[in-house]
Design a protein around this ligand. Structure first.
Ligand SMILES: *Cc1c(COP(=O)(O)O)cnc(C)c1O
Length: 364
């Protein structure tokens, strides 16, 4: 098989997703409704009622090819920016891949941080580009080191803000200073999958950055605070020129009709996102307090998840699974002594804390 496949793909390992509930149910014979999944940073409130209504209303439209016009119009209104600044994706992962395919070849290099979202390294490998992983500074992006890592082949830089799985956040001043030093012909992707969870005081005005730095590409998703992970819809915000280029390599119907009508409805359900953020903050307070009580160290998080450290993450993870609790092991991130737990409903994280307090001390 190997000689049929380009050599730059030989070391590509599959993305490891959070374990699905049904899989654990089959493996350990636990009823699915007794399993709690806090492994993929999904919205525990389920989808917005307005999105549900929009999906039901649109079922009869499914024999037609989808048209992105309505969602782009809604985004244009929401962000007060012309439609030409948006590119739609089948999840923001699709957008990230389109950007990688647009800029990267086996002759180029791409920069991302240690402990940054795993998809960036996967895209480097998939395109054959040389991935430059810059050591993190106390689990956060080290922007000065990322600048210093730029070489003559660099075409793209990925930044996740907040980052997953560490939950770290870069402030606007730091990002602005960084962007002002990146050469104008190197594109910077700012992946803001968790931006809706931020308190207003912490939120970066990335649209203002885009006005000043046309080599910036912002990516957003409907998978997290907007609760549509299962439908797959995300988007880029960038200059019309960049959008035009991304659209040339995009499949014409990459986002399905139900995903788009649900996205429009979710975008307009401001109460739902507010409720999501309020719940997330409450559960974060409870979880961080409980982790401190148990003497476990964790990385302060700006997302809807917390990464904490322990003595034997693999054994602790197994203990959780046997008790019907799915969290995320971080061995793929080279953090073998850490686990990431999503912030779910209050009772879900209370159960997580209860299990943690009953776990063998040797694992903690
Ligand atoms: C969850 C996540 C995404 C979202 O991916 P989708 O394809 O939109 O579901 C993007 N970036 C980061 C850093 C994430 O954690």
């Amino acid at each position: 098989m190997l000689h049929c496949i380009p050599s730059h793909l030989h070391h590509l390992a599959p993305y490891q997703a959070g374990k699905p509930i049904d899989e654990l149910s089959r493996e350990l014979n636990i009823p699915a409704d007794k399993i709690i999944k806090l492994a993929s940073n999904e919205n525990p409130l389920g989808i917005s009622p307005l999105a549900r209504e929009a999906i039901e209303k649109n079922l009869h439209e499914l024999s037609r090819y989808p048209d992105g016009f309505m969602l782009k119009t809604a985004l244009a209104k929401y962000f007060d920016l012309p439609e030409s600044h948006f590119v739609l994706g089948n999840g923001s992962n699709d957008v990230l891949e389109l950007i990688a395919r647009l800029f990267l070849t086996p002759q180029s290099s791409v920069i991302y941080s240690q402990y940054a979202f795993a998809v960036y390294a996967l895209l480097a490998k998939a395109t054959g580009a040389r991935g430059i992983e810059v050591p993190a500074d106390n689990f956060a992006h080290d922007l000065a080191a990322m600048l210093a890592a730029i070489d003559q082949d660099t075409r793209l830089i990925f930044i996740a803000n907040p980052n997953n799985p560490t939950g770290t956040l870069l402030g606007e001043a730091a990002l602005r200073a960084f962007l002002s030093q990146v050469p104008a012909d190197i594109f910077v992707v700012l992946d803001e999958a968790y931006t809706e969870y931020l308190a207003d005081a912490d939120r970066v005005d990335s649209l203002a950055l885009l006005r000043d730095f046309p080599n910036l590409i912002i990516t957003r998703t409907f998978s997290k605070a907007f609760a549509l992970a299962g439908l797959r819809v995300g988007f880029a915000i960038c200059t019309p020129e960049v959008a035009d280029w991304i659209n040339r390599i995009r499949q014409p119907f990459n986002v399905n009709h139900l995903a788009m009508v649900a996205a429009v409805a979710s975008l307009n359900d401001r109460d739902f996102v507010e409720q999501t953020r309020a719940l997330n903050q409450k559960v974060y307070q409870q979880l961080s307090a409980a982790l401190m009580d148990l003497g476990l160290s964790f990385i302060p998080s700006f997302g809807n998840f917390v990464t904490f450290h322990c003595k034997n993450a693999q054994a602790l993870n197994q203990f959780f699974l046997e008790n019907g609790m799915i969290v995320r092991g971080l061995t793929p991130y080279a953090m073998p002594n850490s686990l990431r737990v999503s912030l779910g409903l209050e009772e879900e994280n209370a159960r997580f804390i209860e299990l943690l307090s009953r776990a063998p001390q040797a694992f903690l």
